[in-house]
Structure formats: structure tokens, C-alpha cells
Design a protein around this ligand. Structure first.
Ligand code: ARG
Length: 468
């Protein structure tokens, strides 16, 4: 089969080389963007009088036909045609004849592939933002349902202070919001058109890159043709942002894996979202959560591949860059799937608030509350910390809670302690005392839930306008 670049060659490409250099097996998923880009390019060529209007129309009609053929699954992708660009171009020649050969005027596969990737990524970013918003909505639902419940908050994975269950869920909403805004920001740098940079130096033909940029809804066009074809920062950035998302998901998964274990027994994941053991009949394992946690491996791996592919690459385009695709495709697919399945799993999990509240009775969760109480009585914090420390030392052996200590015994620690201490003490009383902004007080958490509901509604409506 004739190659688009075959003119200067006297020998046929070795089949080993064809198999080694092809990218059609994985870049065929870019077909829609390749065709969209080619249609815009043809229109620009016509507007610049580099092809006639009827040539342009024939090209567009041919490309639309190929699009349909690919969608219907009848299109034959050929390894000999190397990549998505040449597969489509050669099919176009077959369909509409020699006029198809004008399409590649003032264009190289180097700016073409950069364009396809950017168009693809723009859509992925939208999809991922949608999935993030859906997961945030689920966390808010959970926060609302858990409205009145308290769970032990941890530091160093030790019982630390009581927190409202809603506060806990909203922490993940905040985390995901940073992911969302990172994606919105990443999109700004993705949304720059590289088309018109050609191979690396631009062209001697009179083209107008701003026309294609506008037709394809880009915010701007490239400034430097060398940079335009060699830049893959947008891939690195996208893969980094998604790697951070995978960190976030893994943290949540780890928590729920632990919480689902017999030692904690804070939750029960629905049977339909768990799997069993082939040998131990009693087992019900949180495999979905473990897999999401485990997917970090490939997502970080992909980021590392991309960084390594780009490291030390001289300007401008180098074929090494073909290796970027599988990494970003896999990262995007993985994260979308994880976001989706995690949302479903959360929906199908029963939280055992009673057990969480029982667990709050262990570990002197209200100790800092007593230290604060003494501060309000005029004792410097370092001293009050010391006093409560000695209380904990005294009672930690015998399973006593601080709320069970008598006022007589309390006074042995400080004469400033009065009966009003019992209003502060005990997890339920303590949690109501929180005042500081962003803290876990029930009133503040409720307010935040309402604020988040409004904010998410706004995300959804702006997204509908495709204006992320
Ligand atoms: N398949 C190539 C890639 O993915 C497309 C660009 C090839 N350009 C070239 N001059 N060989 O990067």
C-alpha cells in the first residue's frame, strides 16, 4: 500500500517496522477529533483561497461519510496506514479521488496530532468535571443524611476529637472542589489551537490559523510554531491533575476499607458492591475500594511515563511523543471509571452511626474541650493541657470517661473547675461548643451543607452552558 510519505523511498517498509511504528491500534479513538479538525482546516483553506469552495464541500462530505462509516463499525483501520491521520486521509482519497490530496495543504501530522489531543482532552475534562460534581453531590447527600451523627475524628489514626459526620463528608467535597478547579485551570492551557504550526516552522502559504481556532472553539492560537508542535505540557498537567484525584480517591477508599473491617464496623457495603473469597465462605471483601486504591499505581505510572518521555527531548516534534497517548487515555479512562463506581458504592453503603458513636466514648475525645474550658477560666493553655494530661493518665487504665469523674475529684486537678464543666464534657456537649469558622460545630456544618448545595447547583448550570 502506498504511503503518504513514500516519495523518497525506494524500498518497502519492513513489516516489523510497520508493526513497531503504528499507532492506529490506539489512536483510532481520536477519529472524531481528527475529522472535526480536518473539516475546520478545509474551511480555512477555502476561506484563504487555497482550495475552491466546491473542493472544500467535497472534502467535508467525504469526511462526514468516513465519520459515519467509523461510527457504524464498518471502517477498516489499516496498520500500513500507520496512524489515524493517514487512515482517514487515504480513505478520503479512495472516496472522493484526487481532490482529497489537497486537504493536507499547510498542515503536518505534527500540528494535527497536537490538535486532536487537545480536542479530545477538552471533552475528557468536561466529562471528568461532571463525574466530580456527581461525586460531590453524593457526599453532600451523605452529609445531609448523617446530619445529627457524630464520629470519632482521627489524627495519626488515633482517636482525636469528635466530628460531625457531615463535617467529615464535606472534607471530601472540598478536596474534590480543588480537583475541579485544577481541571478548569488545566483546560485554559489545553484550549489553545496548535493548527497552522505545520511541521514546526509554519508555512509559506497564506493561511489564517485564527479561522480554524475559532471554528473549533479554541480560546486562542499558538504563538510559536516550534513550541506548538513540541508542547505536551498539557498532557503532563492533565496526568498530574488526575494523579492528584487518584490520591484523593485512595485516601477515602483506605478509610472505608478500614471502617468496614470487623475492628471498626462503622459501615456495611451492599453485597452487590463487594466480592467474596474462593476459600473462606464467610468473607465479604471491599474489593471495589481496594481496586480504586490500587489504580493509583497505573495513574502515577502513566504520569511518570509521560514525564520520562518528555525529559530531554530536543525541539521540536520527536516520534517519542507518540508514546504519550496510551498513558493519557488510560489515566482518563481509569479516573472516570473510579469516580463513577465510587459514587455508586457510597450510595449503596449503610453507615452504622451507632457504632461510630459508641466508638466516640473511647479515647477521651473531649480532652481538648476540658483544656479549652480551663483556658476560659484563665489558665494558660500549656498549663491546662498539662492538667488534662494528668487526668487522662489517671483514668485511662480503668475505662472511665471524663464525664464520669465527680466534681470532687475534678477539683483535685484544679480548684477552678466547677460544676459547669459537665456542660462541656462528653462528646455530644463538647461538639456543640465549637465556634471557630470552618469547625465541626453542628450549626456551622449545617450552614456549609446548604452553601454547598447552592454552589453545586451553580456548577451544574454553568456546565450545561459548556462554560466550565
Ligand atoms: N502518530 C504520531 C503521533 O502520535 C503522529 C504524528 C507523526 N508525525 C510524524 N512526523 N511522524 O505522534
Amino acid at each position: 500500500m502506498k504511503k503518504a510519505w513514500g516519495g523518497r523511498f525506494t524500498k518497502k517498509t519492513a513489516s516489523l517496522v510497520e508493526a513497531f511504528t503504528e499507532s492506529i491500534s490506539f489512536d483510532q479513538r481520536l477519529y472524531k477529533y481528527d475529522i472535526e479538525g480536518s473539516i475546520a482546516h478545509a474551511r480555512m483553506l477555502a476561506q484563504c483561497s487555497l482550495i475552491t469552495l466546491s473542493e472544500c464541500n467535497a472534502i467535508i462530505k467525504g469526511l462526514r461519510g468516513i465519520h459515519k462509516e467509523i461510527e457504524s463499525g464498518t471502517f477498516q483501520f489499516k496498520t500500513e496506514q500507520e496512524d489515524i491521520h493517514m487512515n482517514i486521509e487515504s480513505a478520503l482519497v479512495e472516496r472522493i479521488g484526487d481532490v482529497a490530496k489537497k486537504l493536507h495543504t499547510a498542515r503536518s501530522r505534527n500540528d494535527q496530532i497536537a490538535l486532536d489531543l487537545r480536542l479530545w482532552m477538552r471533552d475528557q475534562i468536561l466529562e471528568i468535571i461532571e463525574a466530580i460534581t456527581a461525586l460531590q453531590s453524593e457526599f453532600i447527600m451523605q452529609a445531609k443524611t448523617a446530619d445529627k451523627h457524630i464520629l470519632p475524628g482521627f489524627t495519626h489514626f488515633q482517636h482525636a476529637q469528635p466530628v460531625m459526620a457531615g463535617h467529615y463528608f464535606l472534607a471530601y467535597v472540598e478536596m474534590l472542589e480543588r480537583d475541579r478547579t485544577r481541571l478548569v485551570d488545566c483546560r485554559k492551557r489545553v484550549n489553545v489551537s496548535p493548527l497552522g504550526a505545520c511541521a514546526l516552522a509554519g508555512t509559506t502559504l497564506d493561511i489564517k490559523p485564527e479561522i480554524t481556532a475559532k471554528l473549533l472553539d479554541f480560546d486562542s492560537t499558538f504563538e510559536n510554531s516550534i513550541d506548538a508542535v513540541s508542547d505536551r505540557d498539557f498532557c503532563l498537567e492533565f496526568a498530574s491533575v488526575l494523579a492528584i484525584i487518584s490520591v484523593h480517591l485512595s485516601r477515602f477508599c483506605e478509610e472505608w476499607i478500614v471502617w468496614s473491617s470487623q475492628g471498626f464496623d462503622f459501615l456495611d457495603i451492599d453485597d452487590s458492591y463487594c466480592t467474596g473469597s474462593s476459600i473462606m465462605p464467610q468473607k465479604k471483601n471491599p474489593d471495589v475500594l481496594e481496586l480504586i486504591r490500587g489504580k493509583c499505581g497505573r495513574v502515577y505510572g502513566n504520569l511518570f511515563s509521560l514525564l520520562t518521555i518528555m525529559k530531554g527531548l530536543p525541539l521540536s516534534y520527536n516520534r517519542d511523543m507518540q508514546e504519550d497517548k496510551e498513558a493519557i487515555f488510560d489515566t482518563s479512562d481509569t479516573i472516570k471509571e473510579c469516580l463513577l463506581i465510587l459514587k455508586e458504592l457510597i450510595k449503596k453503603t449503610a453507615l452504622k452511626f451507632e457504632n461510630m458513636e459508641k466508638s466516640c466514648e473511647k479515647g477521651f475525645l473531649d480532652a481538648t474541650g476540658i483544656a479549652d474550658y480551663l483556658v476560659k477560666k484563665g489558665i494558660p493553655f500549656r498549663e491546662s493541657h498539662e492538667i488534662v494530661g494528668t487526668m487522662v493518665k489517671k483514668y485511662s487504665g480503668d475505662g472511665k470517661r471524663l464525664q464520669d469523674v465527680s466534681i470532687k475529684d475534678f477539683k483535685k486537678f484544679s480548684p477552678l473547675i466547677d460544676k459547669d464543666i459537665y456542660e462541656t464534657i462528653g462528646v455530644k456537649n463538647y461538639i456543640k461548643q465549637y465556634k471557630s469558622p470552618g469547625s465541626t460545630s453542628p450549626a456551622s456544618v449545617r450552614k456549609k451543607i446548604r452553601a454547598w448545595e447552592r454552589k453545586l447547583q451553580k456548577h451544574i448550570t454553568t456546565r450545561e452552558k459548556k462554560f466550565v
